[in-house]
Unconditional design. Structure first.
Length: 255
């Protein structure tokens, strides 16, 4: 099943997608009382929003071995998930503009699989963590690489407004061994089976929820494969998760 969060006529609402039809829901799809309200017709004014409502965005670094090699030669992938946070204010909808801050001379794309939590989780078992995942969505962990290296920690380099594009679709189907592909101006820059993650989504959720309580709508980014690189003014970056959809955003230098 696929879902999306839409904005139309200054109103935000969830829809369930079935083929080329959309049905408005009475509440967020992970809520037990969610039901169809009416069929919705798309038009030019319909906007897709990030399909999550996070109190927190938890991210995982160095979760693909080849990515570790390209940025940290000689290092091994962490034995446990390496965590950092993005603020919810970094969220950017599909087709939104990634703004490159003047403080940075290098802003990178990082295509990732996003995981949206569907129930409250605190110190779950692996099976409980897996059951607590409501769905999956494309995401882009945009990073000011030079500031990340300069600061020695990742908050500033990862936390600028517009640095977390997500969407457009939220799928309840586990993408399993599907592919993640990132394109810049139509050219493939990243492509990897999701199965090459060091730590699986369920393992990551269990680990995170052992530290902090996860709430419905929270978002976890599961790491990026090799091939990350810089974005430039006017670029168009796409992150595709096989079987889910394509997240597309343009890039602009902030004046």
């Amino acid at each position: 099943m696929k879902y999306a969060l839409l904005r139309l006529n200054n109103r935000d609402f969830w829809v369930r997608l079935e083929g080329d039809q959309a049905f408005e829901l009475s509440s967020a799809p992970w809520e037990s009382e969610a039901r169809d309200v009416r069929r919705v017709a798309f038009d030019s004014e319909t906007k897709f929003l990030p399909p999550c409502t996070p109190t927190k965005i938890v991210c995982v670094g160095k979760n693909y071995r080849e990515h570790v090699k390209e940025l940290h030669p000689g290092e091994e992938a962490p034995a446990e998930p390496l965590l950092f946070l993005k603020p919810p204010s970094a969220l950017l909808p599909p087709d939104g503009i990634i703004l490159m801050p003047p403080e940075s001379q290098r802003v990178d794309f990082e295509g990732e699989l996003g995981v949206v939590i569907g129930r409250k989780l605190s110190r779950p078992s692996l099976d409980e963590a897996r059951a607590g995942i409501f769905g999956y969505t494309p995401a882009n962990d945009v990073t000011a690489r030079d500031l990340q290296k300069k600061d020695g920690q990742w908050t500033r380099g990862k936390g600028f407004d517009t640095f977390c594009p997500v969407g457009p679709y939220l799928s309840t189907e586990d993408p399993g061994k599907g592919m993640i592909t990132t394109r810049v101006n139509g050219q493939v820059r990243q492509q990897s089976p999701l199965s090459l993650m060091v730590h699986s989504p369920a393992e990551i959720v269990r680990y995170v929820a052992g530290i902090m309580t996860l709430l419905p709508g929270d978002l976890i980014l599961t790491g990026t494969p090799e091939g990350v690189g810089p974005l430039g003014d006017g670029d168009v970056v796409e992150v595709e998760i096989e079987g889910i959809g394509v997240l597309r955003n343009s890039v602009k230098a902030r004046g």
